[in-house]
Design a protein around this ligand. Structure first.
Ligand code: BTN
Length: 263
């Protein structure tokens, strides 16, 4: 189990984490956080679970969190005056926070655009941000973060569409889940005032995996292939094709993968 009493004594971190809802097992922390947000839960409310039985990933995929193996956390955010054109930053906030948390426990990670966190070329974390709008105004967002910590949390190759790893394998030693969770929360708190800003975009761009390498991206219009160049101001990924054309792809694209190993 995550150390609930110890965590409570350390919260809030950077203005986040109170109130804390902590469950041994739950369907999805995002679903619970959404329920609480609809009941009026304040900015910073944190839901964590030792295990999830119906964890959700991007694109309707399943996210596995067996007991004692990973981090499953969701934070209710109510940022003031966030314009829709900056809301791409809600997901990136979670991704950069994972990178920050991993850095604190000694793991160097990268981002597989748009929002998968990789170590050693394998996925160990992801973000599911869900926003609720009242017309033009953001009412609230739930930013859900999942990180594989022990080997039990990393699905075997063949079970998932991209090879997985865990923080312990990346670090080569035990990783304290509480310390990692607090580091992620700290990262979220630091990125919050910069949601959708140029500095956030630059940090996202700097952390990109496969820069200068051949990648393919599956999107609504089909598969596109090219050398990964970087990001546009709106967070689209820029690919340079073999014929030197510049293609940009929306972050809602289904998936990106390197061509070199087709992993
Ligand atoms: C992805 O990589 O597709 C995103 C994975 C996000 C998983 C986290 S675990 C905590 C929160 N609760 C969920 O049901 N999903 C997110």
């Amino acid at each position: 189990m995550l150390g609930e009493a110890e965590l409570r004594s350390r919260l809030p971190v950077a203005g986040l984490g109170i109130p804390l809802y902590c469950y041994p097992s739950i369907g999805s922390t995002n679903d619970r956080a959404e329920e609480l947000a609809r009941e009026g839960a304040p900015h910073g409310t944190l839901v964590i679970a030792d295990a999830q039985t119906a964890g959700r990933g991007r694109g309707g995929r399943t996210w596995l969190t067996p007991a004692g193996s990973g981090i499953a956390m969701s934070v209710v955010l109510r940022p003031e005056d966030l314009p829709a054109q900056r809301s791409w930053g809600l997901t990136v906030l979670g991704t950069l926070a994972i990178i920050d948390g991993l850095t604190l426990v000694g793991i160097r990670a990268q981002i597989k655009w748009p929002n998968d966190v990789l170590a050693g070329g394998r996925k160990l974390g992801g973000v599911l941000a869900e926003a609720t709008w009242a017309g033009e105004r953001l009412d609230h967002a739930v930013v859900g973060v999942g990180v594989n910590v022990t080997p039990e949390s990393a699905p075997a190759d063949g079970v998932v569409d991209f090879p997985a790893t865990c923080a312990q394998a990346a670090a080569g030693r035990e990783v304290d889940r509480d310390a990692l969770l607090l580091g992620i929360l700290q990262g979220m708190g630091q990125w919050l005032p910069q949601i959708g800003s140029r500095s956030m975009l630059e940090a996202w761009d700097r952390a990109l995996a496969y820069r200068g390498e051949e990648v393919e991206v599956e999107q609504a219009g089909g598969l596109v292939r090219g050398r990964l160049h970087g990001l546009t101001a709106g967070g689209r990924v820029v690919l340079i094709t073999e014929s030197n054309d510049r293609i940009t792809v929306e972050p809602s694209a289904w998936r990106l993968r390197p061509v070199r190993d087709n992993g």
